[in-house]
Design a protein around this ligand. Structure first.
Ligand code: FAD
Length: 457
């Protein structure tokens, strides 16, 4: 009887442990199987340690390169990478203990083992077989490389290696200008490394609005990051002192190559095929809006189920799956309501459709833009580069998408995201009374600009 539950979750990352907590809150007996550490990629190799590193690099860059601008005389500013790494690890450790406490508080049985589906309603975890009428797959994803380029953890690294490194490369080539690539480019450059960023498509952050990509490119070039778009990497050779990266038309030398070309779902070898769970061509588990797979009794959430590979999306999907299992009538997950965040400098926050996507879907659109240059708080921060751009339906005024690039963009995007959840109009966002002087004013002004009514331009 001890191994009978209402829900068994496979994978204890942000998606999995959130699902387990919500299930337990709803009165379900939940077990969670985790092969490594509770908290998963986000806590140990992703969101948290990278942002801890970026906090140190931003502070160092401000004092070392920009102190005089703020009237601060800070001569001989240096860094101690060991302490930066220790701070990173300390934050991760504190949060990890917090997640373990949450499991105890919510009476979730955590089984430390590599698990797999073993027939309907069963997960084999080491010696044990855990049975439940509902199973949630939350096994996450892992870094992909390019054909012919293998990670060695020293010269050719993935984000997993880079985030845990205890020393800094003097020079680095980064392949892939998605969120992970541009965040590491920011970090290394702020710390003083020589950075070359390569992107196969024709712009940085290709999933974002085109104008956001343009601004990021300008900012990165100004910061001294060498950016090459439409750059196709053919191979990489490791030598005694570094790595040679071969492009179609050039060779680049650097101490390290960071490959950040995306992630692959951890969906093979866990019994999905045998259970008849359908996956797409890339291996992501196919789910509906309630995170139900093609097999009754099996749900999948987080990175393994595709969509936006973001921690808050994983957690939201976990909550949705748990509520669906508990029999609640719950709204399906809508990818268009997921906020996207990139912690580069400048930051990027976005939600909903880009202008191009909105037009492609047949909307006649009106667009409001407002530059950070006209926002007092942005000048006070010393960060006038950037803008907010709101895309609305011309006829109804409904907010279709919001795009912010600049300092604190990842915080600012929460407001238009809420407006979209409420199916709000751009006009309503403009009527919200934004505190002054704050960065949030840029959202209010961009919303007013949708109808040509921005005040401070
Ligand atoms: C460098 C980097 C930076 C990122 N920064 C951000 C950010 O700032 N904001 C953001 O929203 N997202 C960020 N992400 C993405 C975020 O980390 C993921 O979207 C999130 O971790 C997905 O959560 P998950 O629960 O689906 O999977 P994971 O966090 O990957 O968790 C899956 C868990 O399942 C376990 N597992 C796998 N297979 C088995 C098995 N067979 N048996 C038992 N356990 C198993 C794994 O050990 C792991 O703990 C970042 C990612 C990276 C790589």
């Amino acid at each position: 009887m001890a191994d009978e539950f209402d829900v068994v979750v496979l994978g204890g990352g942000f998606g999995g442990y959130t699902a387990a907590i919500r299930a337990s809150q709803l009165g379900l007996r939940a077990a969670l199987v985790e092969s490594s550490k509770l908290g998963g990629t986000c806590l140990h190799l992703g969101c948290i340690p990278t942002k801890a590193l970026l906090e140190s690099s931003a502070l160092y860059h401000r004092l070392h390169d920009r102190g005089a601008e703020f009237g601060i005389r800070a001569e001989g500013v240096t860094f101690d990478f060991e302490r930066i790494a220790r701070r990173r690890d300390g934050i991760v450790d504190q949060l990890w203990r917090g997640v373990q406490g949450l499991m105890r508080k919510n009476r979730i049985e955590v089984v430390q083992a590599c698990g797999q589906l073993a027939g309907p309603g069963a997960i084999r975890a080491g010696e044990r077989t855990l049975r439940a009428p509902a199973v949630i797959i939350a096994t996450g994803s892992e870094p992909r490389s390019l054909p012919g380029i293998e990670f060695d953890g020293q010269r050719i690294v993935s984000s997993d290696h880079a985030v845990l490194a205890n020393r800094l490369p003097a020079s680095v080539v980064i392949v892939g200008a998605g969120a992970v690539g541009v965040e590491f480019a920011t970090f290394y450059r702020q710390m003083g490394s020589r950075v070359t960023l390569l992107e196969a498509l024709d712009r940085l952050v290709p999933l974002e609005d085109e104008e956001v990509s343009q601004l990021l490119l300008q900012s990165f070039r100004r910061a001294g990051i060498e950016c090459r778009v439409e750059a196709r990497v053919k191979g990489a050779r490791v030598g005694d002192n570094g790595v040679t990266v071969e492009l179609e038309d050039a060779q680049l030398e650097a101490e390290q190559l960071l490959v950040a070309v995306g992630r692959a779902p951890r969906s093979s070898g866990i019994g999905l095929e045998e259970a008849g769970v359908a996956t797409d061509r890339q291996g992501f588990v196919q789910v509906d809006g309630w995170m139900r797979t093609t097999v009754p009794g099996i749900w999948a959430v987080g990175d393994v189920a595709g969509g936006f590979l973001l921690a808050h999306a994983a957690a939201h999907e976990g909550i949705t799956a748990a509520e669906d299992i508990a029999g609640h009538r719950v709204q399906p997950v809508e990818q268009n309501l997921v906020t996207r965040c990139t912690f580069s400098s400048p930051e990027i926050g976005s939600v909903g459709l880009t202008e191009t996507q909105a037009r492609a879907r047949g909307h006649r659109v009106k667009v409001g833009r407002f530059p950070l240059q006209a926002i007092g708080k942005a000048l006070i921060h010393g960060e006038p580069a950037g803008f907010a751009k709101l895309v609305a339906d011309e006829e109804t005024g409904q907010l279709l998408g919001a795009h912010v690039v600049g300092v604190q963009a990842t915080e600012l995007i929460a407001e238009p995201a809420l407006a979209r959840l409420f199916q709000g109009d751009a006009w309503e966002v403009g009527r919200n009374i934004h505190p002054h002087p704050t960065m949030s004013e840029v959202i209010g002004e961009a919303a007013l600009a949708v109808d040509g009514a921005a005040i401070n331009v």
